[in-house]
Write a protein that binds this ligand. Sequence first.
Ligand code: 0X9
Ligand code: ZN
Length: 409
Amino acid sequence: MLKRSVAVLFISLIWNVAGYARNQENKIFSVRAFVKSSEERNKIANAGIAIDKVFSDSVGFIGTEDEIKKIKSLGFNFKVMELPQRGFDFPSEDKAFHNHTELISALNNIAKQHSEIAQRFSIGKSLEGREIAGIRISGKAKRDSLPTAVFMGGHHAREHLSIEIPLKIAEYLANNYQTNSRIKELLDTREVVIVPMVNPDGAEYDINSDSYKYWRKNRRKNSDGTYGVDLNRNYGKGFGGAGSSSSSSSDTYHGVSAFSEPETQAVRDWVRGRKKATVLLSFHTFSELVLWPFGHTNDEVPSQVDQLVFETMGKKMATWNKYTPQKSSALYLAAGDTTDWAYDELKIFAFTFELSPDSMFSGGFYPGATAIEPTFNANIEPALYLIDKAENPYSALKEGPNDPLQLIP
Ligand code: 0X9
Ligand code: ZN
């Protein structure tokens, strides 16, 4: 007789890599849970599970034994694969990735080598006291005098590639200002502000031991002794709603209140202060998606024109990186993310990119250093487009066969 849940366990025997050790207490699994509808998908998100990848017949996530039990008790069929644990700091093959100290040096170098256009800034400190570092790049020295594009990465600890791409964008802009007239023109008329590592404590925790930990949250010590708040559930819009968990051990734990975390407070106060910010891009990994609000509800944003701008810009950016463009809620409902807040409170056209790879099976959160260059190449044109559109996002509707409703204000 068939069991209701069928668990297939593939134990990976990759123990022959020098220096790798295994943490018996915290086994981590790649889980594929089979779902038949978006309702079932949302049921999983609502169980406090951080879905990484949506397939037509299933969802993928990184889970603990407890989370596998939860999926089982909800009656889903699933299969699991135990993940090998590896590395100390970044393992040698991944040393092109920047840890926190290296990121600070890289930003300092840009500012030093291009002092006429680049300035370093900090938006605050993480819970453990690490600098949340940023860089401003513009042909005009006076802050907040030009239309501003905001880029962020590293909300989620294990998504190291999401830190490399905004850093590379900063390097690209700074390196090309003098020699590339398109870049010079853009930067002389725009301000670009970039914070590549919003969650430095989490990113460091993920790498600073003998294994990658598949860590997602920050390093808040919760009152019950568990660790971490999901920073992308801690923003104000729809806080505590669908797809966010009130259970502190969950990967999607939303925290005790909206903006309870120093990292999200820092982002909030910094973005609020950028008076000419009109566009924002928050890099995450993985799945190759271009996402826009809302994500906490299936409703569209109240303004029909704005919804069309989101859709038009999102689809346009997807023509370059070839990612799948969709409204966030079509992926799964998740309340309290950066973009819903930035649009709702500040009317900033805010996007989430889920970078490469496409799936867990092509590297997931740890795609290796060879992923950095092609992912940057795929995303530089969308980034430049976004910077261009900072001047007037509504102008997106004037291009091509869009604006069928003649809604341009
Ligand atoms: O769940 C998230 O925070 C993002 N995905 S990730 O795998 N990087 O964790 C997606 C956020 C998109 N927003 C909504 N679906 N609301
Ligand atoms: Zn993420």
